[in-house]
Every structure is written in C-alpha cells, then in structure tokens.
Ligand binder design. Structure first.
Ligand code: KG4
Ligand code: ZN
Length: 359
C-alpha cells in the first residue's frame, strides 16, 4: 500500500507569502490547509513588485502563515513527514525568508528539509489536482513565467520554448497601464476586449516566422503603444470604444501566438496531455483557444483551479511529496537561488520578468 506522507510547504518567491499542508496516501491526495497572503496593496503605488518591500513582508508574515496552516489542518509538527520550501527561482530576499523559516522548523523539530524549485511546483500541480500521469506538456503563463515544458518525471523537465523578453501577464499589465486601465491588467484588458473589435488594429504576431515555440511579447506592446498614439494624434484622445478595440486586438494577437506555439509544442513533444498554470490561464479567450488546439490534436487539456494555478504553497508541498518519494533530502546547507532553470541542459532564455527571473 502507498505510504501516507504529509508535508508542510512554504512559498515566498514573489509577492505571495504562503504555507500549506498536503497529504498523499491510501485515501488519495488531500490539501489539508492552504494559506496565501498576497501583497498587492503593498506594491500598488509602485506599478510593480518592489523586491525589498516583498522580502520584508515575507520575513514578517511567513511564520504566521505556517501557524495558520498548521491550525487549519489541526496538526502538530509531529504529524508531518517533512518541510518543503521554495529555494528558487525568484526574488532572492523573499526566497531567503522562506528558506530560513523552513530551516528553522527543520532544525527545531528534526523534520527532513526539502528544497523545491518554484517552477517544478507549478509544473507538477496537475498531478496534485488531477492525478495526471507523466509525460505531459505544461504551459506556464503568468506575470513572471512563460514557457512550454515537457514533464517526464518529478525531476525530469525539458524546456520546449519560452518568452525571450516579457512574460505575457507582464505584457497585459503594461497594456493596461498604457490605456489607463487598473492593475492587475489581465482581467481589465480581458473585460475591455469583450466589447472590442479585434480586427480594427493590425497588431503583429511576433516570432511566428521563427521555428520552434519561443515567444516575444515586448514588440507587441510597443506596436500597441504606436497604435494608441496614432489614435490620440488623430482624435486628441481615446474613447471607450478605442480602448476596447486596442484591448481586443492585443488579446487576439496573444491568443494567436499561443495557438500556433502550442501546436508546435505538441508536434515537438507528442504526448497525451497539455496543462496550463499561471494567472494568464484565467483568460477565457486564451483558455478556449488552447482547448480547441488540444482537441484538434486529440490531446487532453487541463487547467487546475485558479487558486492552484497562481502562486501558492500547496504546489510546493506536493512537489516536496514527489521529491520525498524519490528519496531526495536537503540539509541546513540548502541555499536560496535567484535563478534555477528546471531544464539545466537548455540554453538560458533572454530577459527576466518584472516579478523576477523567468528561468
Ligand atoms: O500567476 P500570477 O497570479 O502571478 C505571477 O505572475 O506570479 O499571475 C499574475 C498575472 C498578472 O500579470 C495578471 O495581469 C495576469 O496574470 N492575469 C491575466 C488575467 N488574470 C490575471 N492575464 C490575462 N487575462 C486574465 N484574465
Ligand atoms: Zn509562480
């Protein structure tokens, strides 16, 4: 019988402080507690995540999140098998706050310590939520990440392609800013796009002529800026309809890029399933297009519940369970890593998102 394993996960690599407890055993996979404390209001005035503010907030809040998670699950440290903590990639001050908390718990209780790659947490989530078997493709699309990964095992990832500049969520946020819409930009741009005409502005579909599934969103954002300025020069300002048309054009361009690059990813790695994770996966137009592409290829499409798609600690606890089962253990020499590519053999992608390194 499959041995029951219960792990505390800690996440602090960007702007969410989180702690969760996940159990995997004969009764299946259970999330016993999942606490996330976001920092949106702390960074709102600065138009992006400020690493020093994030690090301080993580250091102040991480112990409290752990206590809340333990209370929510009704467990003591003696009921756990290990503590798993995000050891990178991410904003280094925040990662250090989490790693120090994990080490403190391990040193005080004797629990084994497991360092988890944040991207592995995202990439393994469909196994927690749906019991998805290897191999599959994971498309990670958020404000800080953008890559296609072939996932063959808990520690076996091959990057098929990714953004060479902005992450798509970052591009949505910048477009919102250019059009005077609120942050985070994704939901605002999607809502405006619903009322717009996607054909009015001819925006580019970057890197379509390049083979493979690398992407670029920075030029698209610049093209939108030019289109906006042309309207302003002609009419002296933007109407609601202009904004809606610009949003619709931008979203259609991003959606087309994902459709084509997903077809290519499926051709490069012919597997039975494709899963998405990250805040941009909340976009219904993009999600519907991915579903269509997967259905046409006869591939299963999975999108975990949004709360487990965005940054959380349940995915770190789950990745910890997967590593624990393979016998992986870390010790108090575990260090925080700002960059930590999942696929060590692929060359680095250029650029890094506003929320930290993409690799
Ligand atoms: O995964 P997430 O919560 O955090 C990290 O980036 O780590 O993703 C947040 C990003 C933001 O850039 C936000 O604008 C974008 O996801 N986003 C969306 C939508 N909802 C959130 N982008 C497009 N359409 C949406 N509906
Ligand atoms: Zn993330």
């Amino acid at each position: 019988m499959r041995q029951s394993i219960t792990i505390l996960g800690i996440e602090s690599s960007c702007d969410d402080t989180a702690a969760a407890i996940v159990r995997d055993g004969p009764e299946g996979r259970q999330i016993l507690a999942n606490v996330v404390e976001g920092q949106t209001s702390l960074h709102a005035a600065f138009g992006g995540v400020v690493p020093e503010i994030a690090a301080r907030a993580h250091a102040e809040r991480v112990d409290g999140c752990v206590s809340k998670a333990m209370a929510e699950a009704g467990l003591g440290f003696g009921d756990l098998d290990a503590v798993a903590v995000t050891a990178g990639p991410g904003l280094i001050g925040g990662v250090m706050a989490g790693v120090m908390c994990g080490k403190g718990i391990s040193a005080a209780t004797g629990l084994p310590l497991i360092g988890v790659n944040h991207l592995a947490g995202h990439a393994l989530t469909p196994r927690l939520t749906d019991g998805l078997e290897f191999p599959y493709i994971m498309l990670l699309v958020s404000g800080g990440h953008c890559q296609y990964l072939r996932v063959d095992g808990a520690d076996d990832f091959t990057r098929l392609g990714g953004s060479i500049d902005d992450a798509p969520g970052e591009a949505f946020d910048k477009v919102a800013k250019l059009l005077g819409l609120p942050q985070p930009g994704g939901p605002a741009v999607e809502a405006a796009a619903r009322k717009g005409d996607a054909k009015r502005f001819a925006l580019p579909r970057p890197l379509m002529d390049r083979p493979g599934c690398d992407m670029s969103f920075s030029g698209l954002k610049t093209a939108l800026l030019r289109a906006r300025d042309k309207v302003i020069a002609e009419k002296g300002g933007l109407t609601l309809a202009d904004r809606a048309d610009l949003c619709a054009g931008f979203q259609a361009a991003v959606t087309d890029v994902f459709a084509e690059k997903t077809r290519r990813a499926l051709a490069l790695a012919p597997v039975g399933a494709l899963a998405v994770a990250g805040g941009v996966a909340a976009n219904l137009a993009i999600r519907a297009e991915l579903e269509t592409v997967c259905a046409a290829a006869g591939v299963r499409f999975l999108a975990p519940p949004l709360a487990l798609c965005t940054d959380n600690a349940a995915m770190i606890a789950w990745a910890g369970i997967e590593r624990f089962r393979t016998g992986a253990r870390d010790d108090l020499t575990l260090s925080a890593r700002p960059r930590w590519p999942l696929d060590q053999s692929s060359p680095a992608l250029l650029g890094s998102g506003k929320k930290g390194a993409k690799l």
